[in-house]
Design a protein around this ligand. Structure first.
Ligand SMILES: [Cu+2]
Length: 337
């Protein structure tokens, strides 16, 4: 118990095992250190020269003694090796049901990305009762992921992926489940500030958290969803593409195929994105725009806002929309003076 208190908390399933091996090696070393130094000193005093002429008896070797001091350490070291190797393999081979989290190190912070929902975070949030596999890389120089309470550590290397895994525990001493993660590889000026929080939460809390994803903005979606390969922002029309978004919203009424017309408003744009074949702009019969109905509602709305920003009428309409918000408190500006 006293020895345990010298180590950080044990907040992962392997932590106790790592500690046991660590203490075993440590204690064996201490015992042998004591035996060897005490023996050396004892014999040094016992056989120190007491007069000018003193000769030891002629002595070459002692077979039994030599076998003993070769065999015992060999057995102990093999024991350490097998124990350590077995644990090492388990530490680095993630279980098949592990949940992946992407970790990116950069001078001087960590970012975490959950590909399951697209959640991005500056803190590592993990559920209990589930193995978590970190897939780690770096955007610039060498860094190193180190979570002492979990007893895991591995380098973050640019242009390469490294990984480690753990299963976090909520412990009696730390019910909040808050732990530190450091960068353990000197990486420049603010290396000492390169740390993040690790939060261990219940599976239910985790599910709520990971699904609460901020929608991407229209400008990012424009390239992320590939709209830019067919729609330009400068009025030009790429071959095999669609109408430019520049000034699109300045058109108030769209003449469509089958002699239809539609007023250009947010609803028209929404239909055009989710279900492009519903209303086709004449002259584009040869090109089929893929439908984007699977895109999150909030992101469709952000795309529409981005299309509006490409035209004068759209910009005005967005200004008007902003006026619907309750008036901002003036106090902040005024109290400054
Ligand atoms: Cu670093």
């Amino acid at each position: 118990m006293f020895l345990l208190s010298l180590m950080p908390e044990q907040a992962s399933t392997v932590a106790a095992e790592v500690d046991n091996l660590y203490w075993f090696i440590h204690i064996v070393c201490v015992i042998f250190f004591i035996i060897i130094t005490a023996g050396t000193m004892y014999f040094a005093f016992k056989y120190q020269g007491k007069g000018p002429i003193q000769r030891t008896i002629h002595f070459t070797h002692n077979l039994y003694l030599e076998i003993t001091w070769t065999l015992i350490p060999t057995i102990i070291i093999f024991f350490m090796f097998i124990w350590g190797f077995e644990l090492f393999i388990r530490l680095y081979k993630a279980p098949a049901n592990a949940m992946e989290v992407r970790v990116i190190g950069q001078r001087w912070n960590w970012s975490f990305y959950y590909p399951q929902t697209g959640k991005q975070s500056s803190e590592l949030v993990v559920p209990t009762g589930k193995p978590v596999k970190l897939i780690i890389t770096s955007n610039d120089v060498l860094h190193s992921v180190f979570i002492p309470d979990f007893r895991v550590k591995i380098d973050a290397v640019p242009n390469r992926y490294t990984s480690l895994w753990f299963e976090a525990l909520i412990t009696e001493e730390n019910k909040e489940g808050i732990h530190d993660m450091y960068c353990a590889e000197y990486c420049g000026k603010d290396h000492s500030k390169m740390y993040s929080l690790v939060k261990v939460v219940s599976p239910a809390e985790f599910t709520t958290w990971v699904n609460d994803v901020q929608p991407r903005m229209g400008k990012d979606l424009y390239t992320a969803l590939g709209c830019n390969s067919c729609h330009t922002l400068d009025g030009t029309k790429p071959p095999g593409g669609g109408p430019s978004w520049k000034g699109l919203y300045d058109i108030e009424t769209r003449a469509l195929e089958k002699n239809k017309t539609r007023g250009v408003d947010r609803n028209y744009l929404e239909d055009s994105i989710k279900n492009p074949q519903m209303d086709v702009v004449p002259g584009y019969e040869g090109v089929t725009m893929p439908g984007f109905a699977h895109v999150k509602e909030a992101e469709i709305q952000n795309l529409i806002t981005f299309i509006l920003e490409q035209s004068e009428r759209g910009k005005k309409e967005l200004e008007e929309l902003k006026k619907q918000l309750p008036a901002e408190e003036k106090s902040k500006e005024e109290t400054k003076k």
